[in-house]
Design a protein around this ligand. Structure first.
Ligand code: HEM
Ligand code: HEM
Length: 203
C-alpha cells in the first residue's frame, strides 16, 4: 500500500453530524438576540446532535469512538512538540489535540444549550418550565391590566451568554487548528470531513 492511498476515516454519521452542527450552530448564534422560536429549536437540535455523538462515540465506527482519539498527557505533549517539527506524528483519526478540541466543543455546546433551556424554563417556557416563571399580571398606569412573563433567572442568562461566546472562541481555535494541521500534514482536512477519506501514510 502506498502512503498516498486513501482510506475511509469518517463514516457518514460523523460527516452528517459535523456539517449539521456547523449549520445549526451558526443559526443559533445569529438568532440569539431575537429570542425567537427558531433560536430555541436550533438549540434543541444541537442538543439532539450532542446526544447522538455521545452514543456514537461509544458504539460507532473505529475513528468515531472516544477511545480512538482521547490520549494521555504524554502522547498529547509529544504530538504538540512534533507539530512544530518537519516530521509531525500522523494520526488517521483525530490527532490528540483535535480529539481534545472535539470534546471541549461538545462540552461547551452542551452547557450553552442546557443553560438556554434552564433560562427559558425560569421564564415559564420550554421543557423545564417552573412555577416561578408563571405569567404575572401587571397593572399599568392607565388602569388596564396586562400580562407579562416574569423576568428570567439572570444566572442562567449570564451562563448562556458566556458559554455561547466561549464556544465561538473554541470554534475559531478549531478552524485555525484545522487549517494549521492541513498545512503541516499537507492534506485538506476539511475536504476529508466531506468525503470521509484521508491519506493513509504520514503527511
Ligand atoms: C448552540 C446552541 C446555542 C447558541 C450558540 C446560543 C447563542 C445565543 C446567543 C449568542 C444569545 C445572545 C446572548 C446575549 O447577547 O444576551 C442567546 C440568547 C438566548 N438564547 Fe441561546 N443559544 C443556543 C441555544 C439555546 C437554547 C437550546 C435555548 C432554549 C431552548 C436558548 C435560549 C435563549 C434565550 C431565551 C436567549 C435570550 C437571553 C437574553 O435575554 O439575553 N438558546 N443565545
Ligand atoms: C467551516 C468551518 C469548519 C470546518 C472547516 C471544520 C472542519 C473540521 C474538521 C476537518 C474536523 C476533523 C478534524 C480532524 O481531522 O481531526 C472537524 C471536527 C469537528 N468539528 Fe469542525 N469545522 C468547522 C466548524 C465547526 C463548528 C462551527 C463546530 C461546532 C460548533 C465544529 C465542531 C466540530 C466537532 C465537534 C468535531 C469533532 C468531530 C467528531 O469527532 O464528531 N466544527 N471539523
Amino acid at each position: 500500500m502506498t502512503t498516498e492511498e486513501k482510506i475511509k476515516v469518517w463514516d457518514i454519521a460523523i460527516r452528517t453530524f459535523h456539517w449539521s452542527l456547523v449549520v445549526l450552530y451558526v443559526v443559533s448564534y445569529l438568532t440569539g438576540e431575537d429570542e425567537s422560536e427558531l433560536h430555541n429549536y436550533a438549540g434543541y437540535a444541537v442538543l439532539a446532535l450532542i446526544a447522538f455523538r455521545i452514543v456514537w462515540g461509544v458504539i460507532g465506527t473505529r475513528h468515531a469512538r472516544f477511545t480512538d482519539f482521547i490520549y494521555g498527557p504524554k502522547k498529547t505533549l509529544e504530538y504538540a512538540r512534533s507539530f512544530l517539527t518537519r516530521q509531525p506524528a500522523h494520526y488517521l483519526g483525530h490527532n490528540p489535540l483535535g480529539g481534545y478540541m472535539a470534546v471541549a466543543l461538545l462540552i461547551t455546546l452542551f452547557i450553552t444549550c442546557w443553560s438556554g433551556v434552564e433560562y427559558i424554563g425560569s421564564k415559564g417556557q420550554g421543557p423545564l418550565a417552573t412555577d416561578t416563571g408563571v405569567v404575572i399580571s401587571v397593572a399599568r398606569a392607565d388602569g388596564d391590566e396586562h400580562e407579562e412573563h416574569a423576568e428570567g433567572d439572570e444566572f442562567w442568562e449570564e451562563i448562556h451568554e458566556v458559554f455561547a461566546n466561549l464556544t465561538l472562541f473554541l470554534v475559531i481555535l478549531h478552524i485555525a487548528g484545522v487549517i494549521a494541521a492541513s498545512l503541516v500534514h499537507r492534506e485538506n482536512l476539511a475536504k476529508a470531513m466531506v468525503t470521509g477519506y484521508k491519506k493513509q501514510g504520514p503527511g
